[in-house]
Write a protein that binds this ligand. Structure first.
Ligand code: FES
Ligand code: FES
Length: 163
């Protein structure tokens, strides 16, 4: 069965006709060519597919595209502006907090979700926020450092430099 859906993806309204069983992850990757969200486990355990739905991190492998109807989806592609990376992305680069990078978009989106609801998280809150994102190569210390640096800088700079 096919359904008409309207989803705001990275700030743009997208209208589409999708099957009942199409996952949000596949809709983003296959229909919209937004391949930042990755498929790791396909069953909600690795977080590689994390996107924000109405500003909350969601495993897009566990959500149907029809369930996102009428909602706002933000993927990693929606974070940068031109050549300018989101501060979280930049901090991950600056801290050498990635190797293969497969997990990175998911981690960035989990961190983004955290910082949207809590701009100055504690280290424990950062650990908790990315606890559903598995990384096979880098480990987590640098990733946590990178997110903490953004939270500190957002504390001091946010008011004046919000884009
Ligand atoms: S691919 Fe979605 S949680 Fe692993
Ligand atoms: S950087 Fe390779 S899985 Fe995390």
């Amino acid at each position: 069965m096919l359904h008409n859906i309207e989803i705001t993806v990275n700030g743009k309204l997208v209208k589409a006709r999708v099957s009942s069983h199409m996952r949000l992850l596949d809709f983003l990757r296959e229909e919209l060519d937004l391949i930042g969200a990755k498929e790791g486990c396909g069953k909600g355990e690795c977080g590689a597919c994390t996107v924000l739905v109405d500003s909350k991190p969601v495993n897009s492998c566990l959500m149907l595209a029809v369930e996102a109807n009428g909602r706002e989806v933000l993927t990693v592609e929606g974070l940068s502006e031109g050549d300018s990376l989101d501060p979280i992305q930049q901090s991950i680069v600056d801290n050498s907090a990635l190797q293969c990078g497969y997990c990175t978009p998911g981690i960035v989106m989990s961190a983004k979700g955290l910082l949207l609801r809590n701009p100055s998280p504690t280290r424990d809150e950062v650990v908790e926020a990315i606890s559903g994102n598995l990384c096979r190569c880098t480990g987590y210390a640098r990733v946590i450092d990178a997110i903490m640096q953004v939270s500190v800088s957002s504390e001091s700079q946010d008011k004046g430099s919000e884009r």
